[in-house]
Design a protein around this ligand. Structure first.
Ligand code: ZN
Ligand code: ZN
Length: 199
């Protein structure tokens, strides 16, 4: 939509407003303690927000207020909602499919309960160490570290190995891998990544 620059009397543009609803994004000053304008990037952002204000994200047409996010005009709304619903259905189907594959992989464990506990402990350590529910290649790092530092007082590596023994396997993101298969996988990984991936 229309963008109106707002400037000081001597012509310095300090922000932009939406020409339709006269709103501006943010109210914080872009002037520093020395009276100079800082952060040109923020000014550009404000221009962008003013441009996007009152603008339908789908057709680029005008959306009458009140302030709504994301801006979708009434004409575009039904198709947009339909697309969102389809995306949700797809997401749901994929999640179901993944859950099924996980369940099937667990059939290969003599102790699925321990296997499930192992999975959550692996994820818990991933969260504690790397702030990620499941770090990429977590399975390899944890296997290596648990063996190298089994007496760790930071992480329950001994517990990991105990559970792995009970369920006779290991997890590769959402999939249970029987121990013999896992040992082969790990040996292959160690050859190519082992040293380089030490962190
Ligand atoms: Zn607006
Ligand atoms: Zn529209």
């Amino acid at each position: 939509m229309d963008v109106v620059p707002l400037s000081t009397p001597d012509g310095v543009v300090v922000t932009y407003m939406c020409g339709k609803c006269w709103r501006t994004a943010y109210t914080e000053s872009l002037m520093n303690d020395h009276g100079q304008r800082v952060d040109e990037h923020k000014l550009t952002l404000r221009q962008k927000y003013a441009q996007e204000c009152c603008t339908c994200r789908e057709c680029g047409g005008y959306v009458n207020g009140p302030y709504q996010y994301p801006f979708i005009c009434p004409t575009c709304r039904p198709a947009y909602d339909e697309r969102q619903a389809a995306a949700l259905a797809k997401y749901r189907a994929e999640a179901d499919e993944r859950a099924l594959l996980t369940a099937r992989s667990l059939d290969k464990s003599p102790n699925p309960t321990s296997a499930r506990t192992l999975e959550s402990l692996m994820s818990e350590i991933s969260e504690a160490r790397w702030c990620a529910g499941w770090l990429t290649d977590l399975e390899y790092y944890l296997w290596r570290d648990a063996h190298e530092d089994v007496n760790s007082t930071m992480y329950n590596y001994a517990g990991l190995l105990q559970l792995a023994k009970e369920c006779d396997g290991w997890w590769e993101y959402e999939r249970f891998i029987p121990m013999n298969e896992w040992l082969e996988k790990y040996a292959t990984w160690e050859k190519t990544h082992g040293e380089a991936a030490k962190a």
